[in-house]
Design a protein around this ligand. Sequence first.
Ligand SMILES: *[C@@H]1O[C@H](CO)[C@@H](O)[C@H](O)[C@H]1NC(C)=O
Ligand SMILES: *[C@@H]1O[C@H](CO)[C@@H](O)[C@H](O)[C@H]1NC(C)=O
Ligand SMILES: *[C@@H]1O[C@H](CO)[C@@H](O)[C@H](O)[C@H]1NC(C)=O
Length: 616
Amino acid sequence: VGTSVIQVTATDADDANYGNSAKVVYSILQGQPYFSVDPESGIIKTALPDMSRENREQYQVVIQAKDMGGQMGGLSGTTTVNITLTDVNNNPPRFPQSTYQFNSPESAPLGTHLGRIKANDPDLGENAEVEYRITDGDGADMFDVITDQDTQEGIITVKQNLDFEHKMLYTLRVDASNTHPDPRFSHLGPFKDTAVVKISVEDIDEPPVFSKISYLIEVDEDVKEGSIIGQVTAYDPDARNNLIKYSVDRHTDMDRIFSINSENGSIFTLKPLDRESSPWHNITVTATEINNPKQTSHIPVFIRILDINDHAPEFAMYYETFVCENAKPGQLIQTVSVMDKDDPPRGHKFFFEQVPEFPLNPNFTIIDNKDNTAGIMTRKDGYSRNKMSTYLLPILIFDNDYPIQSSTGTLTIRVCACDNRGNMQSCTAEALILSAGLSTGALIAILLCVLILLILVVLFAALKRQRKKEPLIISKDDVRDNIVTYNDEGGGEEDTQAFDIGTLRNPEAREDSKLRRDVMPETIFQIRRTVPLWENIDVQDFIHRRLKENDADPSAPPYDSLATYAYEGNDSIAESLSSLESLTADCNQDYEYLSDWGPRFKKLADMYGGDDSDKD
Ligand SMILES: *[C@@H]1O[C@H](CO)[C@@H](O)[C@H](O)[C@H]1NC(C)=O
Ligand SMILES: *[C@@H]1O[C@H](CO)[C@@H](O)[C@H](O)[C@H]1NC(C)=O
Ligand SMILES: *[C@@H]1O[C@H](CO)[C@@H](O)[C@H](O)[C@H]1NC(C)=O
């Protein structure tokens, strides 16, 4: 009360020195009882204690200024002042209800929002900001509350996995408090409010639960078929506690080595085990609720096969060695090492001995080096290829695991000639080939030689066949072939003048005809054309002349039908035989195409040209 808000001032134009006519006094006409005005200074002050913005925010205050010292008869003026109350944080947040109730399924994932609570604060802005906190309750560890900054609500969330079978109902005490409390109002009591939140957990049908998150079973590899090697157990976590049945996931045990008792979960073998082929069998076991087959769980079962000494040690490789003819006694000729498929936990330990069934070997000594290797040494001198080319030395190898396993390895030792430094120079012929072997280069060379030989043989055979084909076919069956190649239409077999079928049957004559064909009529033409002879000459003369010319021409072939009969002549009684007449009239024509007609002209001539009277 009494806090000044604003000062108002009025002026009076009258003379202030004269009486009270300019003496102004302020009074409040409107705005009481909230505000008062100082009559002298015009300062407006608060007048009411515990003014509440939440109740009323806006005030209109009317102030009057009156001269004459406020006396009756003075003149007055008024002004209006609008006053707004600003907010202070004088209100704590308040829950509208003291208890809230929420539900959550037991399977709710962490962070699930279960519900919202809100404490109201009538203040404005940051004075109305609220934060929520769980202060107490048996669910304080299981749940959390976060503040939604936009709505100033508290959100209850799941903090830990719930289990209906473990606890069905939780209670929380949640505080709501202002983030910006005003210490001036701390006398009004704690600036917070508390509500009780009850959360009930709902039951969900859950799959079976195994007693472990995975199982490791160790079993000796010599375990008998049908033996129980381990057990898994699962139970239904639900209140109903359904019965469980077990099965092996067949995809993880393709060979059906294992099986499980569906009632009590005992795992047993169906087949013999072998650590050397598969040291681990990692299978999956499924547990299913009998009354509710949809509820299933899977668990990995790692089955480790433990080693049993069931393999004998053997030479690590095939050993073949030699001894020099000039070797001295006590020379080391070979060191042998062995391997064993077993995997004893303390590592391998091997021993080497002479085979006991044989008498003491007078030729070689076996030295056990005590480091799982053995050295073979000469025992005498004077090894001779001629006397004995190869020695076979049996060596007994055994391990020290239980049960002891042993084997006999045989070392092949050849006798060879060596130089002074002990380098092998030659063994027996047999040994040489076997030990030296054939280098790949030599093999390729040999193969190449064989290949070249083959090619040569094939080429030779082909050449021979070609040469055989060269002579003309003499067989009578092939005569037809030659008729076809003969470029003459002919008149059939009766047409003996066209060609003599007898010639075809006579191979020698055919040789001649073949020669004829070699020369193309074209060349004949060229020669003839140089001498144009056929104008106004009697056909008979023309033919005779042409015949003579051809007889005298050494280069002309005897196949002269074109030259001889290309001229029809003007005086033929048979008139024009063809359009050729018009051609002969025009001597400028190019007769080159006639070369194609050569054989036909010969035929025409045979029929008509030689004898005018033979009109038919
Ligand atoms: C499970 O049942 C089989 C067959 O009835 C039995 O041989 C085995 O001993 C049982 N396993 C356990 C762990 O009781
Ligand atoms: C089986 O599981 C073991 C242990 O996790 C692992 O060392 C082994 O490699 C697995 N074997 C196979 C075949 O998956
Ligand atoms: C030892 O060598 C001799 C020949 O030098 C041979 O007759 C004899 O059989 C060999 N003994 C053994 C056990 O190999």
